[in-house]
Design a binder for this molecule. Structure first.
Ligand code: ZN
Length: 414
């Protein structure tokens, strides 16, 4: 790796320090939120940015920093990132997931390198550069660090967007997380699929396994399940037809993720094959693409369930109002964003995010949100073993954010 300037070294060092703080939101002993808040506070102080901790649920702090613009009444820009990460299976990693060690090729290995501590620090490093150039944005910029995106955002972004504090931020445009791109082309996300988690429970008569009893629980469940699986096959073929241009988020995915039935004598491991169970249940994880007419599809799902008496449907997770952002000529910030990419000689494609992010809570308010993590020529390793980001890609992202933030900061909307 080529040698770095002292500024670049400092940017890497800050990233490493941030990565070394375990912030696994699903494991209490590995969720060092207070340490993370202290680290972020030190960054804000260095940059002389007003700093605030917002705690809507005890133990789940949101961190807010603000760079006040010279036109403070203009709608602000929100630079969002989540500081929590998913767990890492230590045994499957070749590196300490919270060591942030750098190999000789300049790859930094740690949980959160891609998702998404990189972006959280890149925003700060870009602001440091802009301040050093004596740049002052016209529009106020807020940097928000949220604690629980990986477990649904129910203690972070979801309640936060309902507060008066949120309203007072007067947010007009949001940058949030995207994904790495294995090619030279960036990806910008303008929406995401809606998650529907459905549990089906069928009931029917008991009986001997040698009989032919009508309407058993398993038979009823199987009939309804087959509608879901037939539809799944249609989606699989849609994706295959598209060939290598097919993106998973352009189709609706349906996965049978759990099944339960059978009369057990020992609490679960051994089932009596000759006893007809009275209850059978299963779970589906469905991700509905915004390209699907959601109301029509919901009716379809309900008709599958209603076509069979004795089967009950429980919606464990639902989102029937899945808004996407119009990232086109109607959105001045997007026009600015696109122009910067163009000036930098960068290409991009617009896409639907395959999973759920906190952006959905912001898009639901009608505020445009671009999901963007500048990581080209990088394999997509979020939530994977040996997650890494290379130093040159990380540093390039800082320069790109510097250009983006200065252009967006000057982009005053009517
Ligand atoms: Zn993420």
């Amino acid at each position: 790796m080529t040698s770095l300037t002292s500024e670049e070294n400092e940017c890497v060092s800050k990233f490493v320090q941030y990565l070394q703080i375990p912030t696994v939101s699903s494991i209490p002993s590995k969720f060092q939120a207070a340490k993370c808040v202290a680290f972020l506070k030190a960054q804000a102080e260095e940059l002389q940015l007003p700093f605030e901790v917002i705690e809507l649920v005890p133990g789940w702090p949101l961190v807010l920093m603000t760079w006040v613009g010279t036109s403070p009444d203009a709608p602000s820009l929100l630079l969002n990132s989540h500081f929590d990460v998913v767990p890492a299976e230590d045994a499957k990693w070749h590196w300490d997931p919270f060591g942030a060690e750098i190999d000789e090729e300049g790859r930094i290995y740690a949980r959160g390198t891609q998702d998404m501590k990189c972006v959280g620090i890149q925003y700060l490093c870009a602001i440091r550069r802009l301040k050093a150039m004596n740049y002052s944005p016209k529009r106020t910029m807020h940097l928000l660090y949220v604690p629980d995106e990986e477990i649904g955002g129910h203690k972070g972004m979801e309640p936060f967007v309902l507060t008066d504090k949120w309203k007072s931020l007067n947010v007009g445009f949001v940058l949030d997380e995207g994904l790495a791109s294995p090619t030279e082309e960036h990806t910008v996300f303008y929406g995401e699929r809606a998650a529907w988690w459905i549990k089906l429970v069928a009931t029917g008569p008991a009986g001997h396994g040698s009989a032919l009893i009508k309407g058993t629980a398993t038979e009823k469940l199987w009939r309804v399940m087959s509608h879901f699986m037939e539809r799944r096959a249609v989606e699989v073929s849609k994706l295959e037809e598209e060939g290598c241009m097919g993106y998973i988020s352009d189709v609706t995915t349906i996965n049978l993720t759990s099944m339960k039935a059978g009369v057990s004598s020992d609490g679960g491991e051994t089932f009596a094959t000759n006893v007809i169970p009275t209850v059978a249940q299963c779970g589906f994880d469905i991700r509905v693409t915004p390209k699907e007419d959601m109301a029509v599809f919901k009716e379809k799902v309900e008709s599958w369930v209603n076509s069979q008496e004795g089967v009950e449907c429980q919606w464990l997770q639902k989102n029937f109002d899945n808004k996407v952002s119009q990232l086109d000529s109607s959105c001045p910030e997007w026009v600015t964003f696109e122009k910067v990419l163009h000036q930098e000689g960068l290409t991009y494609r617009s896409a639907i995010f395959p999973a759920a992010t906190d952006s959905r809570y912001i898009r639901a308010l009608g505020i445009p949100c671009a999901g963007f993590s500048p990581m080209t020529k990088t394999p997509i390793l979020l939530h994977d073993h040996d997650e890494f980001l290379s130093v040159p890609v990380y540093l390039k992202g800082i320069v790109l954010y510097e250009r983006l933030l200065s252009a967006l900061g000057d982009c005053l909307t009517a």
